[in-house]
Design a protein around this ligand. Sequence first.
Ligand code: ZN
Length: 344
Amino acid sequence: MGMRIWCPNVALYGTSPPTYSMATSSIQPRLTRHPDGITAVDAEYVRPGLAAAHIIQQDGRAAFVDTGTNDSVPHLLAALDMLSIPRDAVDYVFLTHVHLDHAGGAGLLLQSLPNAKAVIHPRGAPHLIDPGKLIAASIVVYGEAQFRKLYGDLVPIPSEHVITVKDGQRFKLAGRELELIHTPGHALHHYAIIDLAARNIFTGDTFGLSYRELDTDQGAFILPTTTPTQFDPEQLIASIDRLVSYSPRAAYLMHYSRVTDIPRLAEALKDQIRVVVDIAKRHANDADPSAGIEADMRADWVERLRGHGIVLSDDQFDEVLGKDLELNRQGLVAWLQRLHRTQV
Ligand SMILES: [Zn+2]
């Protein structure tokens, strides 16, 4: 099989169904229709094809899984219009975890959804009801200017609109059973949704990220997300195993939407988690662990991409994966620091 040169303009959404747009509004949401009444809405976060909120439709009712940021909200509302879903037909806004690319727009979105409850892990809920600490922590990761540009002013979610979940709790969307399971490893406040009858899973960031530009005839290319500040390799591997135990037919990732061939992808994720842990430990005593970790992880990704049939120029690599490399490196350094603190 020949190597494929990735080109962002040509290959975007390479193997996905075509995107269509709404002619009657200035907002043109990019929707991808999937089986089982599931639609991916591009959250227009940073670049197209990076982050998808999902809508689940069942017999006239609907739910969102993750929302993107405040800037995503007009796209989500336009998507409802395109799908002919009245705003009062949305019962739930499931927030897999409270990282801002997933939940930053939830407060603003809920203002337009009179019957919707935000469903949040109990560790995450206080941060969306009163976002002060979350804003401060995010500014540490992103810097103030970048934070304001990406996330704007977070709208608090009134506590009476919040449901906190227990592990294994089930919700019914017009009778469709959705089981929520705690999936720590990427974040402690993370849950995943098991769409029991259709055997879909909505994995937030627990099942990594997989950009459609990197699809080849070998299928999807996947990477774990070891983002700050709660990456825990053992928890993450256990969460992946737990997701796989449901024998899902498809996983819906925030970054970016639907993947199948779950057993292969799960093994790829677990292998990479072990590899990056080794990389991090190898550089733990460097004067600056960041540089060595990033270089080794980049080399590992380049090699895996090559094995997947993709050769990227440095610029192409930076455009599609540079930010993830940086965030994953930050998360590994934070994990090393935590490990060190608990050992001394
Ligand atoms: Zn996350």
